[in-house]
Design a protein around this ligand. Structure first.
Ligand SMILES: Nc1nc2c(c(=O)[nH]1)N[C@@H](CN(C=O)c1ccc(C(=O)N[C@@H](CCC(=O)O)C(=O)O)cc1)CN2
Length: 399
């Protein structure tokens, strides 16, 4: 049984990255969420236990008064998004976060097992890498640039390296200190741009505040941009009749989960909740490319529950814990949950647990298929990165 509740939490750095848990209270947000729950116990505080935008991106930390929070690494990501949603008094926080009377055992939805699907993808990649080694005598190479001391970023980079090893992709890495100059990062990128054994380059995000993500990402050769964040790749994705060299890993992973779970996308109404450059926007474009009719729901959308309820497919990528309730979902809809949010849970070993943007306990009783958090979209992000790196090498070797 949970002893405390948390509202409107963005994705975390600490929970994913084993950093010390931040103990951050956003007073305005608490007040608005608390007032949105009639009869909510005053002891049910709304501590923001962690904060960063879903999948760890965001660059508007400046918008959050640092005095409002205690330690949270370098920055607080995406709280502006939370603030917008938090001010929506028409939305009800998920009660399943407060009480355990809504149990997952009543769930009828089929679980889309992202961990297993990611393993399948990795197995396929390993076979292709082996074949490449046999035919051209070379393997794909992935270079990762890590800047700063963020524990979560270091954990992701380690996972990427390990994943490369497992499938036979060569990995290269540069780690620069927090106070490295932007030029040093650009130099590291440039070195990998010129290295023929490197087919994919990524700079782990977020970068320290004194650097321009736009400049650094834009410096990666578009042919090696396996994260798919380069403006040319994003632009090509958005333009009809143009094909990006790479599609960013998380939205690509969402589509792969749908396809591999036998979900028909064409002709369906898809609602994407969230409009970020890294997930919401590309996910919407990809769904449209698969001939879905797509609606984007965001913090300023009137009646988001009603709009979402008309969807056959829902991708929730908003970074607000359990925002999407059971009554937002049409019976039989397929739900992909991109969010990773940390909430207080004294019964858990670590004192917190991860939840998505979807109230799983409620939605799993209405949807036909649903991704869990953790173990849904997350593992696909790295699998898609490996796939992009393999594609890049195949392009290089004309395979
Ligand atoms: N250059 C990039 N930076 C960042 C990216 C990215 O794609 N490219 N994404 C995120 C971090 N990330 C990969 O880098 C990432 C995040 C989460 C997961 C994941 O598998 N999560 C698990 C939960 C893990 C846990 O239990 O703590 C899950 O959802 O099941 C993988 C990769 C930010 N930066």
């Amino acid at each position: 049984m949970m002893g405390a509740c948390v509202r409107g939490v963005m994705m975390n750095q600490s929970t994913l990255g084993l950093a010390p848990r931040p103990d951050c209270v956003t007073k305005a947000m608490n007040a608005s969420w608390r007032s949105a729950v009639p009869g909510n116990s005053p002891t049910c505080c709304s501590r923001v236990v962690s904060a960063h935008s879903y999948r760890g991106f965001g660059s508007t930390a400046e918008k959050v008064k640092r005095s409002e929070c205690t330690v949270l690494g370098n920055t607080i990501y995406g709280l502006h998004v939370v603030d917008h949603w938090a001010s929506r008094h028409d939305l009800q926080p998920c009660r399943a976060i407060l009480q355990d009377d809504v149990t997952a055992s009543e769930a009828t939805a089929e679980v889309i097992d992202g961990k297993k699907i990611a393993q399948d993808v990795r197995r396929e990649i390993a076979q292709e890498v082996l074949k490449m080694k046999e035919t051209v005598g070379k393997v794909p190479g992935l270079a990762v640039v890590l800047v700063g001391n963020r524990t979560d970023s270091a954990t992701y980079v380690r996972s990427k390296k390990k994943a490369c090893e497992e499938v036979g992709i060569a990995s290269f890495g540069v780690t620069l200190p927090e106070d490295a100059s932007e030029q040093e990062v650009l130099d590291a990128v440039s070195k990998f741009n010129d290295d023929p054994s490197v087919h994919g380059i990524l700079v782990q995000l977020p970068l320290p505040k004194h650097m321009s993500e736009e400049k650094v990402v834009g410096a990666i050769s578009v042919e090696k941009d396996v994260d798919g964040f380069h403006p040319l790749n994003v632009g090509r994705l958005a333009l009809q009749g143009r094909t990006p060299l790479f599609v960013s890993c998380t939205p690509k992973g969402c589509i792969e989960l749908l396809l591999r779970s036998g979900v028909e996308i064409a002709g369906k109404h898809a609602v994407v909740i969230g409009r970020s450059n890294v997930v919401g926007m590309p996910a919407a474009i990809l769904l449209q490319g698969h001939n879905a009719t797509v609606t984007t729901v965001h913090s300023r959308t009137p009646h988001p529950a009603e709009v979402t309820r008309s969807a056959d497919i829902v991708i929730a990528a908003v970074g607000v814990a359990q925002l999407v309730r059971g009554d937002w979902i049409k019976p039989g809809a397929v739900v992909i949950d991109v969010g990773i949010n940390s909430v207080d849970d004294p019964s858990a070993k670590k004192g917190y647990r991860l939840v998505g943007d979807v109230c799983y306990a409620e939605v799993a009783k209405v949807a036909s298929k649903i991704t869990p958090v953790p173990g849904g979209v997350g593992p696909m992000t790295i699998a898609m990165l490996l796939q992009n790196t393999l594609e890049s090498a195949k392009r290089t070797f004309d395979l």
